[in-house]
Design a protein around this ligand. Structure first.
Ligand SMILES: [Zn+2]
Ligand SMILES: [Zn+2]
Length: 313
């Protein structure tokens, strides 16, 4: 576990250029799903939750989760594969429904993270400028988990970091219409809840579980990759940044918690590299590859892996 007591780098100091619009939006997006989560648990405590609600939660969690992990992250940010247009559009739409910023903004912030990983300029490193001791470590983790979104202007350096994405008409369209898809992330579970139960109560509990609770879980699992997976876990590849592989988060993160592997092989479509490293997103990409829906799938060879482990020639 490494920390530094150096003065905070300029980019990690709360930035006054972040407007109230971004701060207010972030505040609403973090508090409302949390309140909904507490309310949903309270409801669950009093009356058994319906199978329809749980089904909506699981299905939309997985669809929106894959939208982020496969769509925004592996496909858009790292060009780990090419997808046929309808699949590409679907992934980007479900990624937008996870309400973590528009497609290009997300990719820009994440490319910035890789470009400066755990160094000055990394928007969400838990390791820089938070002082020593337990307090400093907790402040660093809180910053990496959520705090950075209140202090880092979203999608900074869009021109320089994502020119390739801005030139893609489909990506540009879904990026510009982000708010529409974000709203769809709530309208869809509401409509499905109504369609499946035929009652307004079913529509409202569908919105609660499939919309807000799902958003709460999607958010915190993604954010855990930024915080926990740069702090707790194993680092099998020597001489890299402070990213980690964390098996506990493998299932909920749909494979993203093999985050150290990912930092070593950022363009790989697969983050789980061993047979025991469950990577649901990677399994999905492999299935789509077999069906011919994705092509040019990038994967490291075993020689490349051994060399990075320091065991090759
Ligand atoms: Zn990382
Ligand atoms: Zn990445």
């Amino acid at each position: 576990m490494q920390t530094t007591t150096a003065a905070p780098p300029a980019d990690l100091i709360p930035d006054s250029r972040v407007g109230w619009k971004q701060k207010g939006t972030m505040l609403a997006l973090t508090i409302i799903p949390f309140v909904a989560f507490v309310a949903a648990v309270a409801l669950l405590w009093n009356t058994a939750v319906g199978w329809t609600d749980l089904g909506l939660l699981v299905v939309l969690y997985v669809f929106c989760g894959f939208g982020i992990t496969i769509g925004f992250h592996r496909m858009l940010t790292h060009s780990a594969f090419e997808a046929v247009k309808p699949l590409k559009a679907g992934l980007l739409i479900f990624g937008s429904m996870a309400v973590q910023g528009s497609a290009i903004t997300w990719a820009v912030d994440h490319r910035t993270h890789h470009a400066h990983s755990d160094k000055e300029g990394d928007p969400h490193s838990p390791h820089h400028g938070f002082g020593g001791g337990l307090g400093g470590q907790l402040r660093g983790l809180a910053h990496a988990h959520m705090g950075w979104m209140f202090s880092h202007p979203a999608g900074q350096e869009r021109e320089r970091m994502a020119r390739d994405l801005s030139q893609d008409r489909l990506v540009r369209f879904i990026d510009r219409t982000f708010v529409l898809w974000a709203v769809l992330g709530f309208v869809l579970p509401f409509a499905l809840g109504f369609a499946l139960t035929g009652t307004w109560r079913g529509a409202l509990t569908g919105l609660l579980w499939g919309g807000l609770v799902r958003l709460f879980l999607n958010h915190h699992v993604t954010w855990s990759v930024n915080s926990i997976c740069h702090y707790f876990g194993r680092r099998p590849f020597p001489a890299y940044d402070l990213s980690t592989n964390n098996w506990l988060l493998a299932l909920p993160s749909l494979g993203e918690s093999w985050h150290h592997n990912h930092h070593v092989f950022p363009t790989s479509a697969f983050h789980g590299l061993g047979k025991m490293q469950l990577d649901a997103s990677g399994l999905m990409i492999r299935a789509w590859e077999k069906m011919g829906w994705v092509t040019q799938v990038r994967r490291p060879t075993s020689d490349q892996i051994l060399r990075k482990l320091g065991r090759g020639d």
